[in-house]
Design a protein around this ligand. Structure first.
Ligand code: P6P
Length: 337
């Protein structure tokens, strides 16, 4: 590995040059998004001082209103992205309806959906949290974008990624040409290439699910988890259980080490908890680009035709063989063996 310092800006430009005829809009979009993540990082990294800076909803020592971090992150992403002229519409986990581009700014050919700060409740106990984004080309002809531009199946994404704020802050993204990771260097305020072309093992030995929901799981999931806990040296079982409860952190570990992350549907929540458009689709694009697999137990996440902006779907994402075996249990094609 060369010790060349490659910033994300340089990497994006070099990726753009590899696509002759690229307008540079997509690169500009990613650069603006990177700025938003740096601004969010600065606030999240202060969150540990929240008692000094004041809890959300109160005034801080400067007399400013302290915002909930997820509201803050939502505003900062919108403000970073609303004027570049790259987008025709946005949609956010924090807003019921689509977000229009202000009339005073030009509209562009891309669509951005995002979860500004997923798992934000974990910040109070210093657990990693993340921002997730998903990018499409618009389908309406021009001007202000609409819900139709947002409700596209995941296989039409042209970009997706996440920022993971923690002991070190990372930005991981794909534009359909592999998955690349950048680690933030606060001393120079830049995301530097640290993990080029991330690939997952075909099978791992870690499973990640909230076992507190065991009693509500359907039989297939119960049998699958019991299968993972059986002893079998040839398949590295029993697997280790790891669950952070912050999707970006659990997905990042799965991306780096392999294995499987699950948020299945159950008798209480048949569609699970996680959102299709700005959580499951973007992470599924990343997982597939890293040679993994992402399914709702029955079909490929990226093939799901969206019905509403905030719809939830079950997700089984990770190493290809692990997800395939999980599907076999969920579909009743496999019992304990
Ligand atoms: P549970 C965080 O609240 C979140 O939205 C995801 O980041 C995480 O994967 C999931 O919910 C955790 O949910 O029900 O296990 O606490």
């Amino acid at each position: 590995m060369s010790n060349k310092v490659i910033t994300i800006e340089r990497f994006i430009i070099e990726e753009e040059r590899a696509h002759p005829g690229a307008s540079g809009d997509f690169s500009g979009l990613l650069r603006d998004l990177t700025l938003a993540f740096k601004i969010i990082w600065r606030e999240v990294s202060k969150a540990g001082l929240v008692n000094i800076l004041g809890m959300a909803g109160t005034e801080n020592i400067h007399g400013d209103q302290v915002k909930k971090l997820d509201v803050f992150a939502d505003e900062k992403i919108y403000q970073a992205m609303d004027h570049g002229g790259y987008l025709c519409v946005m949609a956010s986990e924090e807003n019921e309806d689509v977000l229009q581009i202000p009339e005073k700014y030009p509209t562009g050919k891309y669509v951005l959906l995002y979860d500004p700060l997923d798992g934000s409740s974990n910040i109070d106990v210093n657990v990693n949290i993340g921002s997730i984004f998903s990018i499409y080309r618009r389908v309406t002809p021009k001007g202000q974008g609409t819900l139709e531009d947002c409700l596209q199946p995941g296989y039409k994404q042209v970009g997706a990624g996440y920022a993971l704020y923690g002991s070190s802050t990372m930005l991981v993204y794909t534009t359909g040409d592999g998955v690349h990771g950048f680690t933030f260097d606060p001393s120079i305020g830049e995301f530097l290439l640290s993990h080029e072309n991330i690939k997952m093992p075909k099978r791992g030995k870690i499973y990640s699910v909230n076992e507190g929901n065991y009693r509500y799981w359907f039989d297939g999931v119960k049998k699958y988890v019991k299968y993972l806990q059986e002893e079998d040296e040839a398949t590295n079982r029993p697997y280790s259980g790891r669950y952070i409860g912050s999707m970006v952190a659990d997905i990042h570990r799965t991306l780096m080490y392999g294995g499987i992350f699950m948020y299945p549907g159950d008798t209480k929540h048949p569609n699970g908890k996680l959102r299709l458009m700005y959580e499951c689709n973007p992470v599924s694009f990343i997982i597939e680009q890293a040679s993994g697999k992402a399914s709702n137990g029955e079909k490929r996440i990226l093939d799901i035709k969206p019905e509403s902006l905030h719809q939830r779907v079950p997700i089984f994402a990770g190493s290809e063989e692990d997800v395939t075996i999980a599907e076999e249990f969920v579909q009743g094609k496999r019992g304990l063996d």
